[in-house]
Design a protein. Sequence first.
Length: 190
Amino acid sequence: MLYKKEKAVNELILKHLRWVDDCLKLALNTVREYLSGNIEEAKSLALKVDKCETETDEILREIMSKLYSGAYLPSLRSDILHLVQHLDGLANAAEACCDFFLDQRPDIPEELKPQFFRVTHESFGILGPLKEAMLSYFGEGGKVKAIREKAKQVGVKESDVDKIEWDLTRQIFTSSLDWGHKVHLRLCLA
């Protein structure tokens, strides 16, 4: 009985992971279209991001329900839930990113557009090693060594993103743009 519950949770986690992955890909395409000036296409994609993010929330609630009904040992439940909630946070961030661009319509100078796309691409790219770690654990039966290696890669990727954001922030604030424009562009990176 317990094994069935754990298997059901694992399947839901992998489903959740696929939806988060789709959400991030759509969000990246949304930002690409926005930066290219294709606002209508960006709006259409952003609506799809919103639907994906809603689906991830629903799957998260299913996972929580199964965990609270007795799947996994009590000592593991909170760790599993914490991990899935962090994963869900990526879908939330993707939706927030799209909302920011399409609600506030920041005016990004042409020379900064490639850096903005790079920051977005690298930020969402954090999912890559995290996805591999989760597949190693929930899809392939707990390969702890692989999980540790992928966790290190997530940390390295986060540091890379921080460096790119720092460089772009410096470029924004040393530019000749007016102060309000600089602050608005910085908010895009937050």
